[in-house]
Design a binder for this molecule. Structure first.
Ligand SMILES: *Cc1c(COP(=O)(O)O)cnc(C)c1O
Length: 405
C-alpha cells in the first residue's frame, strides 16, 4: 500500500488508464482542429469529437446534438444560468436555487442579482435535501430557471431530482441540475428525470481536468441560450472557441466507463464506505453523520467529531488525504456554507471530515484510514476537558459557563 492514501474523490479523481490511452493520439498524430473542414486532419478530429458527444449523451439519456462542450462544470453552470437569464429576460427575471449549491452556482446567481435578477435561495433540510414542494412554492409566473444540484459535493446528499423535475415541467419552468457528482454514481436520465439543462465535468469521473459539458434540451421544450463567449460560432453558436479535442475524447471515454461500470462500481464504493462508517462509529463515540443516511452518494462519508477540531484532526491523519468542512476553500475562518445551511452547529462544522471513496480505493486503504482516524480522534480527545465531562455523563448543554456564553 502506497502512502499517502487518497480519499478525496469528490475534489477530483485520477485519470483512468483507459481514458489516458484514448486521449494520447490526439496530442500528437491526431492533432487536427475539429473545425477544419478542408482536410483529413480536421475530419478525423471532428469524427472523434462526435463520437465523444455520443458517449456523453448515452451516459445521461440525451441525444448527441444536445451536448455542448465547455472547460468544465463551472463554465457550464455560468453558461446555463447567465445564458437562460439573458435569453428569457422578457419572460421574467426570477431564478430559484438553494443555499447548499456549489459556489459556481451561488456566485453566478450573485452576479445575476447585480444585473437586476431576483433569486430565491431555498433552505435545505438538516440532511441538505430540497423538497419538491419547496420548489413548487417558490416558482412564480416570472421564474425563468430552477437550478438545483443532483448530488452535493460536500455531504453527498441526493436531491429528489425526478420529482423536482416533474414540478418544474408541470409549472412550465426550465430546470437546470448540476450533476457533476452524480454522473457515474447514480442513474441519470434527462428524459425520465425531466431535466432541461445539466452539467458534468471530466475530472470528477476519472477524466482530465479542464473539460466538461452542458446538456441543453432540444425538444419538449426546446431550450435557447444566449452565448456567453463570442467568437467563431462553435457548438451551434452557444460556446465559441477551438475544441479541446484530447480532453473531449477523454471525457467521452470517461462517460462510457461511467455508464458501463456504474452499477458494479457504486456497489463496491458503497460497501467500502459502509465499512469505513461502521468501523468509525463502532470504535468512537460522539460522532455525527452529516447529510442523508440513505439518499447519498455511494462513495461519500461526511462525519463530525465532537470534542475535536477539524484542522488538528486533518493534521493528525496527515498521510490520509481528506477534506474538512472548516475553512477549506478560502483564507477565511468561515465554516462550509453547506453545513451552515443545514444548521450544523459551528463547532461540529469545524470538526467535519469528508471521506471520498472511488474507483481505485482498496479495503486495505480504508482500514488504514480508519485506524489513523480513530487514533487521532482519541489522542485529541484525551486533551479535551469537555470530553472527560461528557464521558462522565455530564450534559454539556446545561453547564453554566463563566464569562458570558
Ligand atoms: C467540482 C464541482 C463543480 C466545478 O466543476 P469544475 O469542472 O471543476 O469547474 C461544480 N459543481 C459540483 C457539484 C462539483 O463537485
Amino acid at each position: 500500500m502506497k502512502l499517502p492514501i487518497y480519499l478525496d474523490y469528490q475534489a477530483t479523481t485520477p485519470v483512468d488508464a483507459r481514458v489516458l490511452e484514448a486521449m494520447l493520439p490526439y496530442f500528437s498524430e491526431q492533432f487536427g482542429n475539429a473545425a477544419s473542414r478542408s482536410h483529413a486532419f480536421g475530419w478525423k478530429a471532428e469524427e472523434s469529437v462526435e463520437h465523444a458527444r455520443e458517449q456523453i449523451a448515452a451516459a445521461i439519456g440525451a441525444s448527441s446534438k444536445e451536448i455542448i462542450f465547455t472547460s468544465g462544470s463551472t463554465e457550464a453552470i455560468n453558461l446555463a444560468l447567465k445564458g437562460v437569464a439573458e435569453m428569457y429576460a422578457s419572460k421574467g427575471k426570477h431564478l430559484v436555487t438553494s443555499l447548499a449549491e456549489h459556489k459556481a452556482v451561488l456566485d453566478t446567481c450573485k452576479h445575476l442579482e447585480k444585473l437586476g435578477c431576483e433569486v430565491t435561495y431555498l433552505k435545505p433540510d438538516k440532511t441538505a435535501r430540497i423538497a419538491p414542494e419547496q420548489v413548487r412554492a417558490a416558482i412564480r409566473p416570472d421564474t425563468v430557471l430552477v437550478a438545483l444540484m443532483w448530488a452535493n459535493n460536500e455531504v453527498g446528499t441526493l436531491n429528489p431530482i425526478r420529482e423536482i423535475g416533474a414540478v418544474c415541467r408541470e409549472l412550465g419552468t426550465l430546470f437546470f441540475t448540476d450533476a457533476t457528482q452524480a454522473v457515474g454514481k447514480v442513474p441519470v436520465d434527462v428524459e425520465a428525470d425531466h431535466v432541461d439543462l445539466l452539467c458534468l465535468s471530466a475530472h470528477k469521473i476519472y477524466g482530465p481536468k479542464g473539460v466538461g459539458a452542458l446538456y441543453v434540451r432540444r425538444k419538449n421544450p426546446r431550450v435557447r441560450l444566449a452565448a456567453q463567449m463570442d467568437g467563431g460560432g462553435h457548438e451551434r453558436g452557444m460556446r465559441s472557441g477551438t475544441l479541446n479535442v484530447p480532453g473531449i475524447v477523454g471525457l467521452g471515454k470517461a462517460c462510457e466507463l461511467a455508464r458501463t461500470e456504474l452499477v458494479a462500481e457504486s456497489a463496491r464504493c458503497r460497501e467500502l464506505r459502509d465499512h469505513l462508517q461502521q468501523r468509525i462509529e463502532r470504535e468512537l463515540g460522539f460522532v455525527e453523520l452529516n447529510g442523508h443516511p440513505s439518499e447519498r452518494l455511494p462513495g461519500n462519508l461526511n462525519l463530525s467529531f465532537h470534542f475535536v477540531e477539524g484542522e488538528s484532526l486533518i493534521m493528525g491523519i496527515s498521510d490520509v488525504a481528506v477534506s474538512s468542512g472548516s475553512a477549506c476553500t478560502s483564507a477565511s475562518l468561515e465554516p462550509s456554507h453547506v453545513l451552515r445551511a443545514m444548521d450544523v452547529g459551528e463547532d461540529l462544522a469545524h470538526s467535519s471530515i469528508r471521506f471520498g471513496i472511488g474507483r481505485f480505493t482498496t479495503r486495505e486503504e480504508v482500514d488504514y484510514a480508519a485506524d489513523a482516524l480513530v487514533k487521532a480522534v482519541r489522542r485529541l480527545r484525551e486533551m479535551s476537558p469537555l470530553y472527560e465531562l461528557a464521558q462522565e455523563g455530564v450534559d454539556l448543554k446545561n453547564i453554566q459557563w463563566q464569562g458570558g456564553h
